[in-house]
Design a protein around this ligand. Structure first.
Ligand code: 1HS
Length: 257
């Protein structure tokens, strides 16, 4: 299978659904062998099976990105199957709602652990393999919520802000060693992560939450998973050879208002 990622090995976290699944399928269509990680092993395997059924190469693995042993075991399994890793997409994430005065401590910790610490643990596990190969591209899932304030998303805004700051830090540490690190800042994409946040915004009414959200998007629609998968593909590919430390907004103009 020839394409923009031919002969590359990719790991995508949160690959069992949403943006992660769309990206895993796109990367595989572009020639990558894909390690699909998800906290739900059956969802990871489902994505991997769909890729294999379409003629691609994929391995589905259960891994909680907040658990270092699980992350390392999954990374090692991907390397054993396909070889050293060229692309890591730190996509796994979780939402959180609430202003700072009502946010729950457990929720804050969970939001930081999955979004920010997970990015750290997965990167730490994969970088040695990229260094062996002499090159790599890491893509971290940020959010527009890292760039502008979003009402009633306190923990989420803070955690995604951490991901974007970590991206800049990683990029300067790793650029001299051949690894590029970038973030994507998606606007609202209708995925399992976003649904509870939309319901909360609409006061329990999903449709109302969707309508309220749409007013923030000059382009006149919310995003779809393919919009973000295509942004990730660019950053993963050699077309982005001079791009590192950047945060690519894919937000229909939301942050330009
Ligand atoms: C969940 C995703 O990172 C977007 S954060 C919410 C932004 S907005 O659609 O409410 O303006």
């Amino acid at each position: 299978m020839a394409g923009r990622l031919t002969n590359k090995v990719a790991i995508i976290t949160g690959g069992g659904s949403g943006i992660g699944r769309a990206s895993a399928e796109l990367f595989a269509r572009e020639g990558a062998a894909v390690g699909v990680l998800d906290v739900r092993a059956e969802a990871a395997e489902e994505t991997a099976a769909a890729i294999r059924a379409a003629g691609g190469r994929a391995l589905g693995l259960g891994a909680d990105v907040t658990n270092d042993a699980q992350v390392r075991a999954a990374t090692d399994a991907v390397i054993a199957e396909f070889g050293d890793v060229a692309i890591l997409y730190n996509n796994a994430g979780i939402g959180s709602t609430g202003a700072v005065d009502v946010a729950e401590e457990d929720d804050w910790d969970r939001c930081f652990n999955i979004n920010a610490k997970g990015t750290f643990l997965c990167s730490r596990a994969v970088v040695p393999s990229m260094l062996k190969a002499g090159r790599g591209s890491i893509i971290n899932q940020g959010s527009v919520a890292a760039l502008v304030g979003v009402a009633n998303f306190a923990a989420y805004c803070a955690a995604k802000g951490a991901v974007v700051a970590l991206t800049r830090s990683m990029s300067i540490d790793l650029a001299p060693r051949g690894i590029r690190v970038n973030a994507i800042a998606p606007g609202t994409i209708y995925t399992p992560l976003m649904e509870p946040m939309l319901i909360a915004r609409g006061g329990g009414d999903l449709q109302k939450g969707l309508e309220m959200t749409l007013t923030k998007y000059p382009i006149g629609r919310l995003g779809d998973v393919g919009d973000i998968a295509n942004a990730a593909l660019f950053l993963a590919s050699d077309e982005a050879a001079f791009v590192t430390g950047s945060t690519l907004t894919a937000d229909g103009g939301m942050t330009s208002i």
